[in-house]
Design a binder for this molecule. Structure first.
Ligand code: PLP
Length: 381
């Protein structure tokens, strides 16, 4: 194709997509092995469960997937998984929308409520990167609520729901709240979330993104079922990628009013959740002992990371998730590089406008020992 034709095509792409910068995922282990020729690499960059999925999930996949299954489309309605989720949360299955990861749910909501133009999505500064991307892709305006300041005594860089209220302009057609938030790990008390929902105009949908729900202390859990009954504009997004250890299979879901679920299901791509994912998610819900083990490991190792990072003079943001975001007190890029060269992948935060920070996923005891030991060497040279 001629350059002129290519340019002409690019110019016809939607303005939102042309202005987009793609999501930067954590570096895959193989990529570092290829680039630096190091064999022994650990990845603590994408908030995956270091224990992986329940062994029962792996067995369920091995036992039940037949030759025939792989050749047939999955159940596009996800009947069995939805019934299983409905039972687990004691909720009507018509309130459930299945996603290819919960990112799908965020995208569906952005598409439904922002695509018609002149609309804005409201979210916090330093919130999950998918919110600005989904907003920009639909040509929406990003209404960014300033986060709490770094010297905040309670929740540095946390969501500030008063700032959300102040940013509630008439064009705001969608609100994203991440609780706990990624990349900071910060959280909101359930009563504050409820008070905020009371103040949001009833026609503005609110996505409460709870990807790290299971890692929270139980007393911080919002009562989703009660809130869904009270607020028909609420969508709760959950995922099997984090504590359930199924990140590779891409399964998440939304809980909402049946009407919002119906809207999302109209634009849901056919067969967006594959057969292995459907089956694995069901088996994963059935093994809550694995969740309990994973949460316990996370709790003790997160406390250890926070303690040891603080001892190294690096300040940690508070976290209710399976990662710790910490302040290096200077440009963190050389520290990130030094860790990579030693085979330790963590997440740089420059793309979040936090260039002094790094985010490390809580790993196994051995992985954390290696991370801490390597970091200590890197920062002292
Ligand atoms: C990881 C994450 C998700 C979901 O990821 P999926 O793999 O698409 O389910 C959603 N929100 C936040 C804040 C996350 O950190």
């Amino acid at each position: 194709m001629t350059q002129a034709a290519t340019t002409a095509i690019l110019e016809r792409a939607s303005a939102g997509v042309r202005g987009l910068k793609a999501y930067e995922p954590g570096m895959p282990i193989e990529e570092l092995q290829r680039e630096l020729a190091i064999d022994d690499v650990i990845k603590l960059a994408s908030n995956e469960n270091p224990l992986g999925p329940s062994p029962k999930v792996v067995k369920a996949i091995a036992d039940s997937v037949t030759h025939n299954d792989l050749g047939l489309y999955p159940d596009g309605g996800g009947f069995r998984l939805k019934r299983r989720i409905a039972k687990f949360w004691d909720i009507d299955a018509r309130r459930i929308t299945l996603g290819n990861g919960s990112s799908d749910i965020l995208d569906f909501m952005a598409h439904i409520f922002l695509a018609s133009g002149g609309r804005a999505a409201l979210f916090s500064q330093y919130a999950f990167a998918v919110y600005p991307i989904a907003t920009q892709a639909e040509g929406g305006r990003a209404a960014v609520a300033p986060a709490r300041p770094l010297d905040d005594a309670v929740m540095p860089y946390g969501h500030d729901l008063r700032a959300f209220e102040a940013a509630l302009a008439p064009d705001v057609a969608l609100i994203f709240i991440a609780n706990p938030n990624n990349p900071t790990g910060t959280w909101l008390p359930p009563a504050e979330i409820e008070r905020f929902l009371e103040r949001v105009p009833a026609q503005v949908p609110v996505v409460l993104d709870e990807a790290y729900y299971e890692y929270q202390d139980p007393e911080l859990h919002v009562d989703s079922r009660r809130l869904l009954d009270r607020f028909p504009n609420l969508v709760v997004a959950r995922t099997f990628s984090k504590v359930y250890g199924l990140a590779s299979l891409r399964v998440g879901y939304g809980l909402s009013s049946p009407e919002l679920a119906d809207l999302m299901n109209r634009i849901r791509p056919p067969f967006n959740v594959n057969s292995l994912g459907l089956l694995a998610a069901e088996a994963a819900l059935d093994d809550q002992a694995h969740v309990t083990r994973s949460v316990a490991l996370n709790r003790s190792q997160r406390a250890r990371l926070q303690h040891d990072l603080t001892t190294l003079g690096l300040r940690c943001l508070p976290s209710q998730a399976n990662f710790v975001c910490f302040d290096c007190g200077r440009d963190s890029a050389p520290i990130h590089r030094g860790l990579l060269e030693a085979g330790v992948i963590v997440r740089p935060m420059a793309s979040y406008s936090m260039p002094h920070f790094l985010r490390v996923t809580v790993g196994t005891e051995d992985q954390n020992t290696r991370f801490l030991g390597t970091l200590k060497k890197v920062i002292s040279r």
